[in-house]
Design a protein around this ligand. Structure first.
Ligand SMILES: [Zn+2]
Length: 178
């Protein structure tokens, strides 16, 4: 009987660990406080910037705001998101302009249904960029690492016709070239 119980517990443990392990395998969807991910896909005339971070990095919480001070934090974050190119500066010579932003974050868009304290929440968005000279899009400067102390590491992936590049940036190293 003891043996069966043990096997059962091991089985349950293995199951409960499965989702977090799967999450860690995909670098773009890992939810690790202090870390954020950025992917830049460069096409012939346009580029798409995809960003993902635990909300905790920006707000210090990941559920719907509880009071005025927290509401103010969310408001400020939404204001900042009106121009993400102030967070991520791209090669000026490329002359990229931010187009539509697709924001996926129920907590800050007010669509959060539950207020479970234990639930994690992300800030995710895709931003379309129109670039006059996409061939000159050869570098980025992750200024948000200095603007938001909650982000310690930003994993960046750049995909373009010439190949794929990856680098982890930190507050004392915010530049990446490819
Ligand atoms: Zn979290």
């Amino acid at each position: 009987m003891k043996k069966i119980l043990f096997a059962l517990i091991v089985g349950i443990l293995a199951l409960s660990h499965a989702p977090s392990f799967a999450q860690q395998k995909s670098s773009l969807h890992a939810h690790v406080h202090g870390q954020a991910q950025l992917q830049l896909a460069i096409d012939e005339s346009q580029a798409v910037l995809s960003f993902s971070s635990p909300l905790d990095n920006f707000l210090g919480f990941e559920r719907a705001p509880k009071d005025e001070a927290e509401q103010e934090k969310v408001k400020q974050l939404l204001l900042q998101l009106q121009n993400p190119l102030l967070w991520i500066e791209l090669s000026p010579a490329a002359q990229c302009q931010a187009g539509q932003i697709k924001l996926d974050s129920p907590v800050i868009t007010g669509k959060q249904k539950t207020n479970d304290e234990k639930k994690h929440g992300d800030l995710r968005f895709d931003l379309e960029l129109q670039c006059k000279n996409p061939q000159h899009l050869r570098s980025l400067k992750a200024k948000l690492l200095q603007q938001y102390k909650g982000i310690h590491r930003l994993k960046v992936e750049v995909v373009h016709a010439g190949g794929q590049h990856a680098k982890t940036l930190q507050a004392d190293e915010i530049n990446m070239t490819w």
